[in-house]
Design a protein around this ligand. Structure first.
Ligand code: ADP
Ligand code: FDM
Ligand code: MG
Length: 214
């Protein structure tokens, strides 16, 4: 009998919404229930391309805006063979940011349209579920100051939030908006229940392609 494929689960959201916290907890819970699961994050700073991106985010280097956009996308594409292999083997992938961050962050820069920003990621493995952790700027501020990295300012984050809202209008993607202002445990329960449903549904469906009509 062919093994059932794993699900591609993505967490998105603004800075300090709890994406990394919740990805870790979700992976732990799925592991405890005997589900094959692995966590991934984008950017994946461990590859050669990821190191260029990391140095840019840390403001140790400057890159032209289109160039860095394409590097973020290339950093996803270089991991696609591995992602597909894992999913086909039945491993569920829990991913901290994906192409939606790519499109939202670059299109928040002057002179970029959302449609152009989406193009390099068209055809990536399509997530079975994208959970958007929704948190107001005031509540995010209660979770600490912005860090030192590029993009960590309130003006830019507000522009990014608006771009995410535009992306969420696309009904070809299975979006779930999660209230990220609750306790870590409550947010986790909500996320875990959406994930269980997505894993069950994905088992019987082929893996799709992001932002295509197929
Ligand atoms: P992100 O990856 O979205 O930027 P993190 O998971 O790193 O967010 O969380 C940002 C900060 O907020 C961390 O200090 C984390 O401990 C804290 N945090 C995460 N989730 C919650 C929550 N539900 N309630 C209060 N604080 C939280
Ligand atoms: N980011 C992330 C982008 O600008 N484009 C992308 O494609 C992705 C995946 O990189 F500011 C930005 C979003 C954020 C930074 O920060 C990554 P974390 O703390 O590693 O998630
Ligand atoms: Mg994080």
């Amino acid at each position: 009998m062919a093994c059932k494929r794993g699900a591609l689960i993505v967490l998105e959201g603004v800075d300090r919404a709890g994406k990394t916290t919740q990805c870790n907890k979700l992976v732990q819970t799925l592991q405890q229930s005997g589900q094959p699961v692995e966590m991934m994050r984008f950017p994946d700073r461990s590859t050669t391309i990821g190191q260029l991106i990391s140095s840019y985010l840390e403001k140790k280097s400057d890159l032209e805006d289109h160039t860095v956009h394409l590097l973020f996308s290339a950093n996803r594409w270089e991991l696609v063979p591995l992602m597909k292999k894992k999913l086909e083997q039945g491993t569920t992938l829990v991913v901290d940011r994906y192409a939606f961050s790519g499109a939202a962050f670059t299109s928040a820069k002057p002179g970029f349209c959302l449609d152009w920003c989406k193009q390099p990621d068209v055809g990536l493995p399509k997530p079975d579920l994208v959970m958007f952790l929704q948190l107001s700027p005031a509540e995010a501020a209660l979770r600490g100051q912005f860090g030192e990295e590029r993009y960590e300012t309130s003006v830019f984050q507000k522009a990014v939030q608006q771009k995410f809202e535009q992306l969420m209008k696309d009904s070809s993607v299975n979006w779930q908006v999660i209230d990220a202002s609750q306790s870590v445990e409550d947010v986790h329960e909500n996320i875990a229940s959406h994930t269980h449903n997505a894993i069950n549904k994905a088992q019987n469906l082929p893996l799709g392609q992001l932002w295509t009509r197929t």
